[in-house]
Design a binder for this molecule. Structure first.
Ligand code: AMP
Length: 157
């Protein structure tokens, strides 16, 4: 593993107080992170994935970045010249498994995704998070795909 540089989570502004509602929209008192976890969403399940084994050092990976909250490594089946996965160290199945307690962690994963993309020399890139088998998720430990290095078509398949 080389060129690893720790990135501390930025102190986040206090967003707990209600923010002003956009013009024309009623204030939404609901919390997008407040919900019951889905049946599939279970941190224990995420521990048992191949990514859990990578985090525990049981199988190798081609790491490009690591810090106390996450690990980024190259996808074994790259879909583009650059294809990196950013995963939290915390066992989290997917976004359906995330609650308000993961707000800072989710922001951190996206900042790391951008950092890794720049580190790989990308000026433009795509970030993808598949949530659920229906969306194409095959490894049930949350991961952010960082894909780039070639023109990317839209919409995705
Ligand atoms: P998803 O389909 O969104 O769940 O993505 C899972 C990704 O993990 C796929 O792109 C796989 O190629 C990748 N993958 C599976 N096993 C490994 C591994 N041992 N090391 C790196 N990437 C992997």
């Amino acid at each position: 593993m080389s060129n690893l540089e720790a990135m501390s989570p930025d102190p986040s502004p206090n967003t707990d107080s209600a923010s002003p509602s956009p013009a024309g929209l009623p204030a939404d008192p609901s919390d997008p992170g407040a919900h019951e976890p889905t049946a599939i969403a279970s941190g224990a399940a995420a521990n048992d994935t191949i990514f859990g084994r990578i985090l525990r050092g049981e199988i190798p990976c081609d790491a490009v970045y690591a810090d106390d909250l996450c690990l980024a490594f190259r996808d074994v089946n790259p879909q583009a010249p650059v294809h990196v996965l950013v995963i939290p160290r915390e066992a989290l199945v997917n976004l359906a498994d995330a609650g308000r307690q993961h707000r800072d962690l989710l922001g951190h994963l996206l900042l790391v995704a951008a950092k890794v993309a720049r580190q790989e020399g990308l000026e433009g890139w795509r970030t993808v998070i598949n949530s659920g088998a229906e969306a194409g998720q095959t490894v049930f430990h949350l991961h952010v795909h960082v894909i780039g290095g070639r023109p990317l078509a839209w919409p995705p398949g």
